[in-house]
Design a protein. Structure first.
Length: 243
């Protein structure tokens, strides 16, 4: 039984961290943040009735990847070849590739799926992009790419490559634009659940929440450097414009 003031584990490291926390204890309440279906990952029994000592918040990561491609194509319609950087070790990889291929068939540009999971991979990938005729780049959602955010932005800038990122920090730190789940909204929901558990609620009785707030951030300074004018249709949908 969970008593008022009981300790809790908050896991913000995605699926690996949540699975590790679950494996470590069957008694301490756990609140997770993940980017995949927590039922399919084996974290909870169901979304409405998680069961056990764990619940949390899931984000719409896979669903936003083809939309990233669509947004970038709208901003850079002249790019006949677009690359998407994905981590093949990510649990979302196969689903992301399938959805991207379907979106590319509708949009028209040639699609190149390129892989990265190490420092050497990133150097190799960016070295290949000019030979592939790539004129724009989508950075897929992955914790490794987030940790290498500044490097990815610098590599894209070196090739004057318009790029879209899945987290707002990508645009704020100098990337052209970002489109993805709001981390602030996700962490807020995680914090609410952690607070409820500390007051005595049981994780098994708290349905897994889905963070549905999506943010579009545009960087006008980077756009000017790249010689890009954002269409009014895109500017009108932006949640934040960096000047």
């Amino acid at each position: 039984m969970y008593k008022h003031g009981c300790p809790a584990i908050v896991s913000l490291g995605g699926t690996p961290g949540a699975l590790a926390a679950k494996a470590a204890t069957k008694t301490i309440p756990i609140v997770f943040q993940v980017g995949i279906d927590p039922v399919a990952a084996g974290l909870v029994e169901s979304l409405n009735r998680p069961g056990g000592n764990i619940t949390g918040v899931s984000q719409l990561l896979t669903a936003t990847v083809p939309k990233q491609l669509e947004m970038l194509h709208e901003v850079v319609p002249s790019a006949s070849a677009i690359a998407v950087l994905l981590n093949p070790t990510n649990a979302l990889y196969a689903e992301a590739v399938r959805d991207l291929q379907a979106a590319a068939r509708t949009l028209g540009p040639q699609l190149h799926i390129v892989h990265g999971s190490t420092q050497a991979d990133l150097d190799t990938v960016f070295g290949r992009l000019p030979d592939l005729g790539v004129r724009a780049l989508v950075i897929g959602p992955d914790l490794y790419f987030l940790s290498r955010r500044d490097q990815l932005i610098a590599l894209a800038a070196r090739q004057s490559l318009p790029a879209i990122y899945p987290w707002r920090e990508g645009a704020i730190s100098g990337g052209l634009m970002s489109y993805g789940s709001s981390q602030t909204d996700t962490y807020r929901q995680v914090g609410i659940y952690a607070g409820r558990i500390l007051k005595g609620d049981k994780p098994a009785d708290l349905p897994v929440q889905q963070s549905t707030k999506i943010e579009l951030i545009l960087n006008l300074k980077t756009a000017k450097t790249l010689g890009i004018d954002f269409p009014f249709t895109v500017l009108g949908r932006a949640d934040e414009v960096i000047e």
